[in-house]
Ligand binder design. Sequence first.
Ligand SMILES: Cc1cc2nc3c(=O)[nH]c(=O)nc-3n(C[C@H](O)[C@H](O)[C@H](O)COP(=O)(O)OP(=O)(O)OC[C@H]3O[C@@H](n4cnc5c(N)ncnc54)[C@H](O)[C@@H]3O)c2cc1C
Length: 481
Amino acid sequence: MPETATSEFDLAIIGSGGGAFAAAIRAISLGQRVVMVERGTVGGTCVNTGCVPSKALLAAADARHVALDAPGRFPGIAAIPGPVDMPGLVAGKDALVEGMRSEKYADLIEDYGWDLRQGDATFTGDAQDPVLEITNTDGAVETVRARHYLVATGSTPWAPPVDGLEEVDYLTSTTAMELQEVPESLIVLGGGYVALEQAQLFARLGSKVTVLVRSRLLSGEEPEVSKTLMGVFADEGIQVVRRAAVESVATDPATGGVVVAATTGAGRQEYTADRLLVATGRRAVTEGLGLETVGVATGDRGEITVEDTLATSHPRIWAAGDVTGHPEFVYVASAHGITVVENAFNDAGQRVDYTHLPRVTFTSPAVGAVGMTDKQATAAGIRCECRVLPLEYVPRALVNRDTRGLVKIVADADTGRIVGITAVAKDAGDLAAAGVYVLSAGMTVDQLATLWCPYLTMAEGLKIAAQSFRTDVSKLSCCAA
Ligand SMILES: Cc1cc2nc3c(=O)[nH]c(=O)nc-3n(C[C@H](O)[C@H](O)[C@H](O)COP(=O)(O)OP(=O)(O)OC[C@H]3O[C@@H](n4cnc5c(N)ncnc54)[C@H](O)[C@@H]3O)c2cc1C
């Protein structure tokens, strides 16, 4: 294997996703020499196979759903959507992804001026002198030495050990978004945000969808969220089977589709469909990185163990994003990337604080949350007082003619300080963003209840939910007065 000379950099980054880019841009702004190594497509998960393509397809499916739904919802409106042209839809999504990949990732490399190597990176050397070995697709090997290294290798779909699963041609969120036809029927395994978004996506494109979930939908969120989504999914013909322990998966000899056997509350059941989508979570990508060679510790799920400073067990090797096992959101990855550079090159000692991290599921209605759930607040020793405001008290939901949803506020009963906000509503992610400001400012329910809020916004739900601590909101006039 031909060897080349070792290049020297200040920062060598493995991966080219959100974590890697944020780090590279910050390091360049500090005048550091940066090299980035990517073995797949530049841009990583978010732009290529995650946030961007999934939300592009969801937006399209939402347009179709609104058209189908409009006549029953808005008197005087008629709309007749035609059949779904899946190749056209996927090609449109691919074009959008390509554009955003160029504009938001690939072109920036030249603009900022760091080096990119296309190849597979692995650590060699030892803990005293870690070196990166990069093997490109032709088998050529290059070595890189840096003052600091950042591992930002992301995560990959994970499938549980289920009998027969490996023999079946199952879909992941990545391959599902490449399908050239809408499956007539689809079983989705999983109850997290990716599973729910994709379940609703395919249902709205015309699939008959069954979701098998181990506990409940979005089990980390408030129970009211799961209940509301159960109702929404039922309205859209999506069957949700809770507390389903999947035992085996096999090809259905009669149809060529899949048969999934699961133990449920109703005993052992079999579910059949054309296709199976496994969305049971993701695992950190650390295999083959040679972390053990240089003394970087990993946890039970392969994730790189990090401090809140993003320091690993090696003083010059850092980690950022999904590979750390922290919440899998691209804004977490980019915050990590920036923190790494500040700590590595400015010795800033910055720590990432996840207390007010917003969480969004882009179903429709969406789920947005920030801070603690009722249960978490109680577990933290907070005597809490909560209010759940059904969306029928929010004027925006009334004029939208869709009142499925809620706003829940969890407050400290002793101080009135808000410690958690959850919304199930159209654009609930925007409410979660507003919730970040509310929680970060340490606001009380009384403060939130008396702040300005524009009439006929969904965000008014936050103000009305706060008012519901002291007032009977069913008796409010316009503008929540
Ligand atoms: C379907 C889906 C929808 C999502 N939607 C959202 C959303 O709406 N909002 C949101 O905030 N987040 C969303 N996410 C999560 C988000 O995409 C991830 O949290 C984020 O992209 C992780 O970024 P990262 O930098 O950690 O890693 P990644 O973006 O995964 O990048 C890692 C890169 O490292 C490369 N790599 C790995 N090993 C090596 C190696 N040995 N050598 C060279 N290169 C290597 C990989 O090829 C990859 O390109 C979604 C994820 C999925 C799957």
